[in-house]
Unconditional design. Structure first.
Length: 446
């Protein structure tokens, strides 16, 4: 695959970024993708390695060596075949090519002792050229089955399920509780990581394939006091939905944010990340929103060291925060992984995002003990340093300190789907609140 000696001749080429002072002025994408020649050269680095660990490293099992080879060959027909190969396993490579963390690259054989093939950048180049050249077109079923299917949730799983079902000939209706299609893609991932025009043109393609979208419709009910974003104007019960359709697919995802039940949690200024991020995306779409959560001139503490926390950092910087600090419970990982020990698995190492580079203090091995406030408003965060011994978290005596904070954003991951939706459909739950899947029924829920 690729050029036999390509990995010896060519260095890995990273996608470019617009300078931070420029990109902080707006919410537009700032990644500069590879051009055709650059992508061809990167495709040449893919080795005929016998066992392509990248395929199994990819969560959707993309046939990576094949599309790398086609891009290396470089003819227009090869690029057309490359998008066919990519689409054979991935309905929306323009999403993954922008926001996937690329575990395929960690699994790349070249990554054992060199820089991995730039698989994500090649995928990005393939789909962007495919859209530009008009190679992405509706695929209409040859035969209609006469069966109707309701898909509840319009995130990436719901959209992929709906598209495949429609192409199989079923009549598909997608229900979304918020006012626009896309789920977390629309109201979670910031526009500077993925502009929403990518969702809109896929929706147009799917509508041409026969998929119907109904937005602002909540299926079932939300728990009382839930902070999950819900802009529904209509509610349909689970029983009514089952009566109207031959089958129902639940694709709501894990929307319940992990909370931090420490003293002061009720103070104004302490919010889930998924209260903060969707509001900015809604504003970017041209809507007006009263009382938007903003970081302008504030000392912001982001609690949680993952991608959602990084998204809060980037958004806060674009608001004009006075300072941004991100907390992580775990110790700071090494800058370079021990490849002989970790390959081909996803390694634990220090990952610095583009948002971190825009301005952020990062604190590791730190825990939040208390939110402090005056007159019901957040003014600070009381913290303690941690030591990890035998996998156990131990507080360091005498290490407590208070950091100034006007806005605290909880970005500690997600625990489970909304329980009332699963309950409404009679889906059994496991101990963590997820839909319980049976190993005896090919991982189907019951």
């Amino acid at each position: 695959m690729g050029k036999v000696t390509g990995f010896l001749e060519y260095e890995r080429l990273e996608e470019g970024y617009e300078p931070a002072p420029v990109r902080l002025k707006n919410y537009k994408e700032f990644v500069i993708g590879l051009n055709v020649e650059q992508a061809k050269q990167q495709g040449a680095r893919c080795m005929d390695c016998g066992t392509p660990f990248c395929n199994s490293g990819c969560p959707v099992n993309n046939v990576i060596p094949d599309f790398n080879d086609l891009v290396y060959r470089g003819r227009t027909e090869d690029w057309k075949n490359a998008i066919l190969v990519l689409h054979s396993t991935n309905n929306f490579p323009e999403f993954t090519g922008r926001i996937c963390p690329a575990p395929c690259e960690a699994a790349c054989t070249l990554n054992v002792n060199d820089d991995a093939v730039g698989i994500k950048s090649i995928e990005h180049a393939i789909i962007d050229r495919a859209w530009a050249e008009g190679w992405v077109a509706p695929q209409l079923p040859k035969v209609k089955t006469g069966r109707t299917v309701a898909v509840v949730g319009s995130g990436p799983a719901g959209l992929a399920a709906a598209q495949q079902l429609a192409r199989a000939g079923h009549s598909v209706t997608v229900f979304e509780k918020n006012d626009r299609v896309g789920g977390l893609l629309r109201y979670g991932i910031p526009d500077f990581k993925m502009e929403k025009s990518h969702i809109d043109r896929r929706v147009e393609q799917m509508q041409a394939e026969g998929v119907e979208f109904r937005t602002g419709v909540l299926i079932g009910a939300m728990p009382e006091g839930s902070r999950v974003t819900n802009w529904a104007k209509e509610t349909i019960s689970a029983d009514d939905l089952k009566a109207q359709f031959d089958a129902v697919v639940l694709t709501g995802g894990a929307e319940q944010s992990r909370d931090l039940p420490v003293p002061g949690r009720e103070l104004a200024g302490v919010h889930f990340a998924m209260e903060f991020l969707p509001q900015q995306n809604k504003i970017n779409a041209g809507d007006k929103l009263k009382g938007q959560l903003r970081a302008d001139g504030k000392h912001v503490i982001v609690i949680g060291g993952g991608d959602t926390g990084s998204d809060c950092v980037g958004t806060s910087n674009r608001h004009g925060a006075k300072s941004v600090t991100q907390f992580e419970l775990l110790p700071q990982p090494p800058e370079v992984e021990d490849r002989p020990l970790t390959w081909p698995y996803w390694p634990i190492k220090l990952r610095t995002s583009s948002s971190h580079e825009e301005g952020c203090e990062r604190e590791f091995a730190i825990a939040t003990k208390e939110f402090l406030g005056e007159k019901g408003k957040l003014t600070g965060v009381k913290t303690v340093r941690l030591q990890w011994q035998g996998g156990k978290m131990i507080e360091v005596e005498g290490s407590e300190q208070i950091l100034k904070a006007d806005l605290a954003l909880l970005a500690m991951g997600f625990t489970a789907p909304v329980a009332t939706v699963l309950d409404a459909f009679g889906v059994d739950k496991d101990v963590r609140g997820n839909g319980k899947a049976s190993t005896e029924r090919r991982w189907m829920s019951t």
